[in-house]
Every structure is written in C-alpha cells, then in structure tokens.
Design a protein. Structure first.
Length: 194
C-alpha cells in the first residue's frame, strides 16, 4: 500500500509518501514540504498548495491520501488556513478518485509512538526509527506527514474490517426488514381474500 500523508498548512504543508503493509517494515518513498509565502494573497497560496500536492500525486501515484483531521484550536486564523489547505488536499485526491482518510493528531501520535500525547520530537524520533532513516525529517511538518501515512497503513486493515462488518450488518438488517415487510404484505393479502 502506498500512502501520501498530508500535514495541512498554508505556510508549510508537509507531504510524505510511505509504502508497505501493517506488520512489515515500511519504506519512505519521499518527504517534503509545500511552502507558500505568508505575504501572498490567500487565493494564490491555496493555488500553490494545490499545485504542490498535484505534483506529489503525479510523481508518487499513491493509492490513498491520509490528511490530518482539523480540530478547533485557540487561534481561529491558524485553524482556517489549516482547514483550507486540508480541503485542497482532499479535493486533489477526489479529483483523481483516490480515497481520503482523515486522522486526528492524537490518533497519529498514538499509532506511531504509543501515546496520543506525544510531542513533535517524539513523533519525529519514532518516524525516523520506523522508517530506518539516518535523521528525523525536517521541518516537523514533513515528519508529521510521514507519521500520517504510517498511521493510515497500520490502521487501514482494522478500519476495512470494521466497515465490512457495518456493511454486512446493514445488509442483514435490510434483508430482515424486507422479509418482514413481505410477510406482512402476504398476511394482509391473505386476510382480504379470506
């Protein structure tokens, strides 16, 4: 499985591609940051993020895109920029028919370090270890993007099993409801003909 992790941001949007399957050693395919100038107009910054992500999608052809789920912070301006960059990443993936998964920061930290409260240094150290790198990727946004990709690879099998179980349950419920409706209709029809 090849996953593009995106740590959304307007100034620095971390991107990282990891390949592998759960339970086996993973491989970093690429890592970097899409940067936009802070003094540029918002629309131009979003366009730059879009072009950068499109370039990564063209070059690395991921099967999935994992994006950090935006959550409310104290700084509304930061949240808005992060949410806008996140939307651009999801749009780029959707345009190509690539499935998108959203993971919260605490899910990613817990998957990679074992603790949902790990700090950036701990995440960077574990990413370095898990991907057998010589040094932590810089800046932290790049390491976070790789952590998102790792999290998705490790969580995807369980999520797929859960989705299949839910789908099977819904199909069973629908069949049961349909059978009950058919029995009710047959009973009603029989009552009128008697």
């Amino acid at each position: 499985m090849r996953v593009l992790g995106v740590d959304p941001g307007l100034t620095r949007c971390g991107v990282g591609v990891v390949e592998g399957v759960a339970g086996r050693p993973l491989t970093m395919v690429g890592v970097g940051v899409v940067r936009t100038p802070a003094d540029a107009e918002l629309s131009h910054r979003l366009l730059a993020v879009e072009q950068g992500i499109e370039q990564w999608l063209d070059e690395h052809r991921p099967e999935f895109v994992a994006v950090e789920r935006v959550f409310a912070q104290h700084n509304v301006r930061t949240v808005m920029g992060t949410a806008q960059a996140s939307a651009v990443a999801m749009l780029c993936a959707a345009r190509r028919g690539i499935p998108v998964a959203l993971h919260t920061p605490s899910e990613v930290k817990a998957a990679v370090t074992g603790s949902g409260r790990a700090d950036k240094a701990q995440v960077g150290a574990m990413v370095t270890r898990l991907l057998r790198l010589s040094a932590p990727p810089k800046p932290a946004d790049a390491a976070d993007a790789l952590a998102l990709a790792i999290c998705h690879i490790w969580r995807a099998p369980a999520q797929n099993r859960l989705q299949q179980a839910v789908a099977q349950h819904q199909a069973h419920t629908a069949r049961t409801a349909h059978a009950a409706d058919a029995a009710h209709a047959a009973h009603a029809t029989k009552g009128r003909t008697a």
